[in-house]
Each structure stands twice: as structure tokens, then as C-alpha cells.
Design a binder for this molecule. Structure first.
Ligand SMILES: Cc1cc2nc3c(=O)[nH]c(=O)nc-3n(C[C@H](O)[C@H](O)[C@H](O)COP(=O)(O)OP(=O)(O)OC[C@H]3O[C@@H](n4cnc5c(N)ncnc54)[C@H](O)[C@@H]3O)c2cc1C
Length: 392
């Protein structure tokens, strides 16, 4: 499983090292790119099922009573899970992450009825979850969302669109954030569970991206959702979306770390075998400089990632720390992967070799769940709040 010395860092307890080792053994035996993966929907469904059957998805939901591994989601475990899965297979990491993100609002604020209906199936890999916040005209400025939910008797009626929805088209249910209008802006949004077969919900478009995974634009036209499907209080939906993202933001950094570690492994394998100038590529000092940069970038990202995860597991706020981890790990992984591809030379740009796949996999992580610029703003705002308490 590569270099595991970091698992001895003081951020971890003994069960974390055991967890990472066991998942690595399972992933080695069970995962990997296969010829059947040309059908990305099917590939994703198979991974959700396999992760569920093996028990790994229990870590993505909270509440032992509802099938979770613990009552509160352990940030270090989800980070180790994503790092390990990303090192083996980007789609498996995606499948794990979306089960957590898609059901996170239910874990955090669902009623017992909602939890019992959805969470055990999510944890067993029997129901696929999705998180629907972004819209064509509101991405980074998520509080500007326009999808409307009007209360009409015992139902809300949803009208509008959501886009870039991961698992769109294969999800069994969507957690949808829509404007209910209790107040302007962020305080007038509520969260709903919408079953995929609800009348008035359609997949308006499937979106094909550079690292294929199920992604869609959803359209709601007079879609009736029972009041009991609202999660939390009316008007509290935006806060709930942010709390959900807060649980999983550090895990995006961990996924980037997994991609970067795999890139370094691939680079080391290549430079020690590629014959060149009477020796191998690794003999050249410029190669060694590149390897040193890669390893140092990875350790910097890992330190920030597991500091944020540990701090969150201590019950402390991690606004600044999670933003630093996501920013440094995703930007750093892009550089590490690019360097690995360079060391592979022409072989590195051949479609579907591991470094080429990683090159495509990493790109979206610098954009979703808060683009790098948004993370910089969060860090700066937090810094300024310390010296200028009136900063919003
Ligand atoms: C592969 C993928 C999967 C996704 N999955 C989901 C999902 O499951 N559910 C969901 O709801 N959404 C999902 N998204 C949407 C994602 O969260 C948005 O793409 C993201 O929030 C950015 O929004 P946008 O694409 O509209 O870009 P825009 O908001 O138009 O931003 C464009 C660029 O502007 C820059 N920028 C943004 N804010 C600032 C600022 N304040 N200052 C300076 N520059 C700035 C950044 O570089 C950013 O990339 C996904 C996106 C991708 C690419």
C-alpha cells in the first residue's frame, strides 16, 4: 500500500491505521479499472454495491442505529477511505463520497422516519444518493439559487433546475435545496428529499466530463414533494447545505492526496526502469529534483488534511483548516500528477494509462465543493476576522 509512515502521525488512533490497511487489501483485491467500465452508470452502480456489501459505506453515514459505523461521522475515517480508494480507482472514491454527501443532510438533520427510510439502504449500497445544490446560474454563489418550492397543502411544489448533479440519472433519491422564501437570500432556502421516480422530476441532460462519472442536469416541473420530505426547518436549508459540505470538504483534500500518491508511485516505477543515457531516468538529478518536489508537496498536503480531520474529530471548528487543506491538496495534486506525467514522456499522454487518467481525474476537484479561489477567500476572511472583528 505504498508509504504508510504517515499513519503513525499523532493525528491518528490505532484503529485508523488498521482501517486504512484493511481497506487497501480489499481495494487491491476488488477494484481496478475494467473493460466493462465503458458504461459509467453500470460501473458506478457496481462500485456502490461492492462498497456497501463490504461494509465500507457504513463510514459515510452517521448513527449506528441507522447502519452507520459510529454515531458521528469520523472525519479521519472518511479521509482515509477517500485517500485509499482514490489511489486505487477514482470512480470508487466518487461512489463512496457521493453516498456520504448525498445523505449527509439526512444524517445531520433528518427525522427518525427519514433516517430509517434512507440511511440503512445508503450504508448497504442499496440506494444511491445525490446532493443537488448547484444551478445553471448559481454555482460558487450558491445562495443565489432560484429553484422554487411553494407550499401547497400537504405538499411542496418544486419548479426549476439543478445542474452538475453527481449521480444524476442513477440516484435513487436527491437531496434538493430550493427557495421557499421565508427571507431573502440564504435564509429563504429549504432542503428536501426527492425520490428519483417522483412525478415532475426529469433528467434534462446527461453531462459528459473529462473524467467520466454519472452527472446530470435535473428539471423539476410541478414536482410534488410531501411536507414530511423536508429536512430540518423551513428556511434552514442553506445552513444545512453548508454544514453538509463542511463534513466532507476535508475529504476532497484526502481524495486529491490519494491521486497524488498514486502519481508518485507511478513516477517511481517509471523512472527506475526507463533506460536512458546509459542508466535509468532516476539517475538524472533533474529527475530527482522533480521527485523531491512531488514528495514534499504530498507531505505538506497530508499534514494539512489530517490536521483538519483530527481537529474536526475533536469537535473544533475547521473553517480555515479545511479550506487550507482543500486548497493546498487539490492544487498540489495537480502539480504532482503533471510532473508524473512528464516523467512518463509520450507514454504519459496515451489514453487510459494511469497517469493520464489521474490527469483527468484531478481537474474537477479544484472546482467543486468550493473552487480554489473560494477557499482562498475563506482563509483570508478568517484571518481578517481575527484582526478586524467586523469582517463578515
Ligand atoms: C465534476 C463535477 C461534479 C459536481 N457535482 C456536484 C453535485 O453533486 N452537486 C452540486 O450541487 N454541484 C456539483 N458540482 C457543481 C460545483 O459545485 C460547481 O461547479 C462549483 O460550485 C462552481 O460553480 P460553477 O461551475 O457555476 O462556476 P462559477 O461559479 O461560474 O465559477 C467559475 C470560476 O470563477 C472563479 N471564482 C468563483 N468565485 C470566485 C471569487 N469569489 N473570486 C474570484 N474568483 C472566483 C473560480 O475559479 C471558479 O472556478 C459539480 C461540479 C463538477 C465540475
Amino acid at each position: 500500500m505504498g508509504d504508510t509512515r504517515y499513519l503513525a502521525w499523532p493525528f491518528f488512533e490505532s484503529q485508523h491505521a488498521q482501517f486504512a490497511a484493511a481497506l487497501d487489501v480489499w481495494a487491491t483485491a476488488s477494484l481496478g479499472h475494467t473493460a466493462a467500465d465503458h458504461d459509467v452508470d453500470d460501473a458506478c452502480r457496481r462500485r456502490v454495491r461492492a462498497l456497501g456489501e463490504a461494509g465500507w459505506l457504513q463510514h459515510a453515514v452517521g448513527g449506528k442505529q441507522w447502519g452507520g459505523a459510529a454515531d458521528v461521522i469520523d472525519t479521519r475515517s472518511i479521509c482515509l477511505a477517500r485517500e485509499t480508494l482514490a489511489r486505487h480507482d477514482g470512480l470508487a472514491d466518487f461512489a463512496f463520497a457521493m453516498q456520504g454527501l448525498g445523505s449527509g443532510a439526512i444524517t445531520l438533520a433528518g427525522t427518525d422516519g427519514q433516517k430509517s427510510r434512507y440511511l440503512p439502504r445508503v450504508a448497504r449500497g442499496e440506494a444511491i444518493a445525490a446532493f443537488a445544490l448547484s444551478e445553471p446560474d448559481s454555482g460558487s454563489d450558491a445562495a443565489a439559487l432560484q429553484c422554487a418550492a411553494r407550499l401547497n397543502g400537504a405538499h411542496y411544489v418544486l419548479d426549476g433546475e439543478k445542474t452538475w448533479i453527481s449521480n444524476g440519472g442513477i440516484a435513487d433519491f436527491y437531496v434538493v435545496f430550493a427557495r421557499t422564501g421565508e427571507a431573502p437570500g440564504a435564509r429563504g432556502i429549504s432542503a428536501f428529499i426527492v425520490d428519483a421516480d417522483a412525478d415532475g422530476l426529469e433528467i434534462a441532460e446527461r453531462i459528459d466530463v473529462i473524467a467520466p462519472h454519472p452527472l446530470a442536469r435535473l428539471r423539476f416541473t410541478g414536482c410534488r414533494v410531501p411536507v414530511e420530505q423536508r429536512i430540518g426547518a423551513a428556511g434552514e436549508g442553506f445552513k444545512l447545505a453548508m454544514r453538509t459540505l463542511d463534513v466532507f470538504r476535508t475529504s476532497v483534500a484526502a481524495a486529491a492526496l490519494g491521486f497524488a500518491r498514486r502519481a508518485l508511485d507511478e513516477a517511481l516505477a517509471r523512472v527506475t526502469t526507463r533506460k536512458m543515457f546509459g542508466g535509468v531516468l532516476a539517475d538524472l538529478q533533474l529527475t530527482q529534483s522533480s521527485l523531491a518536489e512531488m514528495a514534499t508537496t504530498i507531505d505538506s498536503a497530508a499534514l494539512l488534511t489530517y490536521r483538519a480531520a483530527w481537529q474536526r474529530d475533536q469537535g473544533q471548528s475547521v473553517t480555515r483548516e479545511a479550506a487550507m487543506a482543500k486548497y493546498v491538496a487539490t492544487e498540489g495534486a495537480q502539480k504532482v500528477i503533471d510532473a508524473a506525467l512528464q516523467l512518463w514522456g509520450g507514454m504519459g499522454v496515451v489514453h487510459d494509462v494511469p497517469v493520464e487518467r489521474l490527469y483527468r481525474e484531478i481537474r474537477a476537484l479544484r472546482i467543486y465543493e468550493g473552487a480554489s479561489e473560494v477557499q482562498q477567500l475563506i482563509i483570508a476572511r478568517d484571518l481578517l476576522r481575527d484582526v478586524r472583528p467586523s469582517t463578515p
